[in-house]
Design a protein around this ligand. Structure first.
Ligand SMILES: [Fe+2]
Ligand SMILES: [Fe+2]
Length: 473
């Protein structure tokens, strides 16, 4: 099979002049397309979708917009520009030149980091593959597909690194990335949460708000890596990731807006009345926030982690925005970690390097607040005295010291009995999920919206909201 690399795979890594890499990608590319057709968005392979395609890393004009059938999307390979003087920015090797090749001693851990990141990209496409059947509008359908093709490109980004820098085992890992499947009992995706289907749009918006934001922080941590090609790849992926979080933030914001309209129309905030009017009541939204936020906190790993310490010491993975910290070596310093102690808490002093997961998780929590501030502003402006909140980082944890106790969403340790008695007001119930599912009806008339969500303020790339973002054939 012949691929015109400049045409078919837009890239800035001079693919056309690397025969070895070309052969590796020639072998992998048709497997990727088969995977996309089998496990990508169900039912829209012939539709023309208004998509953005990355064509360079130029900050001013890195993307092109146009209608394209998804299997013909030009999944490109882009690395942020190389700084020839780049030095390692943290850990024991701080100040040494960044690596352009993989040092033999770190081959295995670097490969694992890349494979774990790479595995989440196609996993999310698989998780979301049925959502097109119930899209609330063509605008949203297009955004879903934009996120999906870009997660596909992020897979390409990781596969490029595996092929270009890890030889035979890299090629084998690249194949495995297409063989593991989300939810496959025999060959599941690596991280547990990426095996749960995302089958309603409220969950999709929560995923793009909270889980893609975890992705942002993982990418930012890898963008600090001493392994320069990995750092540069992740830097560029962050450009696309921003849109995924925009989809989540504005999606939830539009739900809030619609619910507020219904509260005004019906003159009450009573959940039953809002549901009869076809909206998503704010308490239900809060329970979904509690669920998704707490799940995503676990993705950062345990509060105290010797793995994280080793990654940091060796320069493989730093903290997101390493620049903003004062100390980049963090040896002989301690971090105060609050842990449960009976029905109370105590402070454990742990080496700062072991606290890297917790430090990055704390930065993530701060970033998560941005959307809540905007949503709460809408609620306040509409004259209601309700606030959406993030639960405590101690609530409903499944890993780390807080996984051993039950707490309220505010973080107060309580008994298992009390937790069970109150959980229905804190986390989505069967009834909530069934109700959300009942709202999921496909709307495909240009400009029309499902009844549970407000239209967006503006369209994509200066197009009108009622532009035909997807031409379904
Ligand atoms: Fe991604
Ligand atoms: Fe993403």
């Amino acid at each position: 099979m012949n691929i015109n690399y400049q045409e078919k795979i837009p890239n800035n890594v001079d693919l056309a002049h690397d025969r070895r890499l070309q052969r590796a990608l020639e072998h992998w590319q048709p497997h990727f397309i088969d995977w996309w057709k089998d496990l990508g968005p169900e039912g829209f392979m012939n539709s023309d979708v208004y998509l953005r395609t990355a064509v360079s890393v130029d900050a001013k004009g890195w993307a092109q917009f146009g209608k394209v059938k998804m299997p013909d999307y030009r999944w490109g390979i882009f690395l942020a520009d190389r700084d020839p003087n780049r030095k390692i920015g943290f850990g024991d090797k701080m100040g040494e030149a960044a690596w352009q090749e993989v040092p033999g001693e770190f081959r295995a851990p670097l490969r694992n980091l890349i494979v774990t990141q790479g595995d989440t990209e196609p996993a999310s496409v698989e998780q979301q593959r049925m959502l097109g059947q119930t899209c609330p509008s063509l605008y949203d359908l297009r955004n879903l597909f934009q996120v999906n093709v870009e997660e596909g490109r992020h897979l390409w980004a990781m596969v490029y690194l595996l092929h270009a820098y890890f030889g035979r085992d890299g090629r084998e890992e690249a194949e495995e990335l297409l063989h593991r499947h989300s939810g496959d009992p025999d060959n599941p995706r690596i991280l547990g949460t990426f095996n749960e289907p995302i089958d309603d749009w409220l969950s999709f918006f929560m995923f793009t708000y909270f889980t893609d934001r975890d992705g942002k922080f993982q990418l930012k941590s890898l963008a600090e890596s001493a392994f320069d090609p990995l750092a540069r790849t992740c830097q560029f992926m962050l450009t696309e990731e921003a849109h995924h979080m925009f989809v989540g933030e504005t999606g939830i914001g539009r739900i809030v807006k619609r619910t507020l309209d219904l509260m005004k129309q019906t003159g009450t905030d009573d959940p039953e009345t809002i549901r009869k009017a076809g909206g998503i009541d704010l308490p239900l939204l809060q329970r979904y926030i509690n669920f998704w936020f707490s799940s995503c906190l676990d993705l950062f790993g345990s509060e105290s982690s010797s793995n994280a310490a080793t990654y940091f010491a060796n320069g493989l993975k730093g903290r997101a925005d390493e620049m903003k910290y004062e100390d980049h070596v963090c040896i002989d310093t301690a971090y105060d970690l609050e842990v449960p102690d009976g029905m109370g808490t105590r402070i454990d002093e742990i080496p700062t390097r072991n606290a890297m997961n917790e430090i990055v998780r704390s930065a993530y929590v701060e970033d998560c607040k941005i959307g809540l501030i905007r949503w709460n502003r809408l609620i306040k402006k509409a004259g209601y005295d309700v606030e959406l909140t993030l639960p405590s980082t101690h609530f409903r944890r499944n890993i780390g010291p807080w996984s051993t106790v039950k707490t309220t969403p505010e973080g107060k340790i309580i008994s298992e009995e009390e937790f069970n008695a109150k959980v229905a007001s804190w986390l989505p119930t069967e009834g909530d999920r069934a109700y959300v599912k009942s709202l999921m009806v496909q709307v495909t008339e240009p400009g029309k919206m499902a009844g549970w969500i407000a239209p967006p303020d503006r369209g994509i790339n200066s197009q009108a909201v009622d532009y035909e973002y997807v031409s379904i054939h």
